[in-house]
Design a protein around this ligand. Sequence first.
Ligand code: FES
Ligand SMILES: [Fe+2]
Length: 392
Amino acid sequence: MLDQWTDPSDGDEHRMFAPSSYAGVRRGLLEAETMPAWCYTSERFYRREVERIFMKVWNFIGRGDRIAKAGDYFTLEFAGVPVIVVRGTDGEVRAFANTCRHRGSLVAVGEGNCRAFRCPYHSWAYGLDGALLSAPEMEKSTGFDGRAHGLVGLRLESWGGFLFLNFDAEAASLGSYLGDLPEVLASYNFDDMVCVRRKEYDIACNWKIYVENAMEAYHVPTVHRSTLQRQKGAFAQPQPTRGEWIALFKEHEGSRALLTGDVGFPRIESLDGNAAKGTYYPLIYPSTMFGATTDCMWWLELHPLSASRTRLIVGSCFPRKTVARPDFEEVVQRYYKRWDISIPEDNTISALQHKGLTSPFNRAGRLSHLEPLVHAIDNWVLDRVVGGNAGP
Ligand code: FES
Ligand SMILES: [Fe+2]
């Protein structure tokens, strides 16, 4: 019997990453145990996830319309790595490591618009394409070649107007990572949407706690009993998928982005197939969730900060035509109201769960038939983190 009382991060790395420690999680859903608490609380386990997951996969970092004009940029720190994302004069969005090629200072902070990045330390300047433009007083430095000292480029690809970053030069393309997701979600026409609000939260929980929560509806009658639970209907159902994503789908009338009784915008005209009948809740591994409903979409983007801290970014997108309506600002408040109630409900329960998992008396739990995707997520993580397989 696995002893979860002792966190093996205190030296017993072998046990933490031995496949035999996870035999209970590997069983079929209705026989399976939950992950050992250390998977959520240990910094050592978290560091392995950064190395084998976040440094290898296509990480979702928001939407290109955040930097609509040439020279628009934003910075972020993703899984501990400082990054600059900027739109060039050619309209292309590029990502660079935010570390000066002189003595390593951050080159840019925050967000804004610029014609070039000037390092705040000794004024080395870089173009929007990362090339070194000027480096004062360097002409006496033997053999110094400015062309070899541009910002280090990072891989960035986009789909549907969304940006994805990959730290691994060897990784396969975003297209192969997403599998059939672009096809299944094609009729939402995400390319034609506009992000109208972006909101950040810091949550005292492990990133997996938040992902697991988003991918099961078992908690809805309890956590959202006075809000979302009033949107009646059966539990959302897992969908077949190909690629590094999974999804729930729920059939219903109306929009899932409104509270019961509120009237919103017209439907997205292009919807077909399942998309026309309800709402998709996809998870793009490892940590981006969408709610794609009949009149809009919202995303939940997680940036892991440590084993016990996660930044959540919530973006809201509507079709360009909807945003152009004269009543947009007035009516969109009903959608904001729904998100501003339901999302903090999930944030609060996630922090409570994390705190509970730090108890030395925590023991392996069991899963219900309503948590197949919690089981899938945990096994996806173990496939990459445990043993010698480095995963995609
Ligand atoms: S560290 Fe950037 S110019 Fe010196
Ligand atoms: Fe929830």
